[in-house]
Write a protein that binds this ligand. Structure first.
Ligand code: GLA
Length: 353
């Protein structure tokens, strides 16, 4: 039997703008060619989710009610509860979920799962939600249901992606525009072999430390500040806020460098981003530092940890024509992972068919 609904939801890489989204800052992500597929049909009174990729099947009520479930399907239950708040009719769904996206690497498998299930739930109930509202629904689901107080970066990238382009998004106003990726430019995702989930890392602590620093300065958004405003802060707050101020600036400079085709400048900005995430925001690990250094020694224009940090992957900027060769050289020189480098292609966002 043909599925009544098919949804594609891609993962994402964030080219630059890390740990800036939850204080209304700037990010520059792209959706990628890897993602999850949800195939299903409507079902009376229950949501049944199956997946060979993620684990055993789970069921919950169409409004997200019932006893809280664990494991991967709790993302679905949390999304159903948030959509119910928006007025989605409580129509059930039976769906199977497959994935080409490695998890724990920093490519946002959880956001892809949330968006994929959300779009399937909307489709079976003929309930339509605009992309940025849906991104907020999924972001809230991750916070309320799963306990990670994330920003909107991952979910927005999954929904707004376009082929061969990154999305310059202001997470405060939600204004966004596409930044074309020049021909001949590729990005490598290099797995550090240190798996992490944001629930069990210092992600929430970093967010609280940043918000404490911003509150001491009397602002909510670091985009309103410059590094000369940090005098009144203690050393830890100063470093957290300084990362976000400088990273917000780097996002604009990186978008301009891409538009000019100046890969040397773009690469330098990626290296500066990594140094700031390591020194000021303290979300790197020795493995990520080593991998970024190996990438630069192997011919990448620049490299930086990607996503929340504390493990996961490094993103490197390379020429397309040498991307496979450089990727192999890096992973050969890096002792901690036997995964191959992934050459990323900026791809279209989520769709329902
Ligand atoms: C994770 C979160 C995002 C963002 C990044 C860091 O991917 O889900 O919202 O905060 O970390 O930039």
């Amino acid at each position: 039997m043909q599925p009544a609904v098919t949804v594609w939801a891609p993962g994402r890489v964030n080219l630059i703008g890390e740990h800036t989204d939850y204080s209304g800052g700037r990010v520059l992500p792209a959706a990628i060619q890897l993602g999850i597929t949800v195939e299903g049909r409507s079902q009376d009174g229950v949501v049944n989710l199956f997946s060979t990729a993620f684990g055993a099947g789970e069921s919950f009520q169409p409004d997200g009610g019932g006893s809280p479930i664990g494991g991967w399907a709790r993302f679905g239950q949390a999304v159903a509860a948030e959509l119910h708040q928006l007025g989605r009719p409580p129509i059930g769904l039976t769906a199977s979920i497959s994935s080409t996206l490695p998890s724990g690497v920093g490519l946002s498998s959880s956001a892809a799962l949330e968006v994929g299930i959300a779009l399937a739930l909307c489709e079976v109930a003929s309930f339509s939600v605009d992309p940025l509202t849906l991104a907020s629904v999924c972001q809230r689901a991750e916070s309320s249901g799963v306990g990670v107080p994330c920003g909107i970066l991952d979910q927005a990238a999954c929904l707004l992606g376009e082929e061969d382009a990154a999305i310059l998004l202001d997470c405060g106003s939600l204004e966004h525009r596409l930044v074309p990726i020049p021909r001949g430019v590729s990005f490598l995702v290099l797995d550090s072999g240190v798996e992490r989930t944001l629930e069990t890392t210092g992600y929430a602590t970093r967010r609280a430390e940043l918000e404490h620093g911003l509150a001491l300065l009397g602002v909510e958004r670091a985009t309103k500040l410059s590094v000369t405003d940090l005098g009144p802060l203690d050393s830890l707050s100063r470093r957290r806020v300084r990362h976000v101020i400088t990273e917000n600036e780097r996002v604009l400079q990186f978008a301009a460098a891409l538009a000019d085709g100046d890969l040397a400048v773009a690469g330098r900005l990626m290296s500066e981003s990594h140094a700031s995430l390591r020194g000021d925001y303290e979300v790197s690990t020795p493995e990520l530092d080593m991998l970024a250094a190996i990438a630069e020694d192997s011919g990448a224009y620049g490299a930086r940890l990607v996503g929340g940090g504390f493990g996961g992957a490094v993103l490197a900027l390379v020429d397309t024509k040498t991307s496979v060769e450089i990727g192999r050289a890096i992973m050969r020189a890096y002792p901690n992972s036997d995964r191959d480098a992934i050459v990323i292609r900026p791809a279209g966002g989520a769709w329902t068919g």
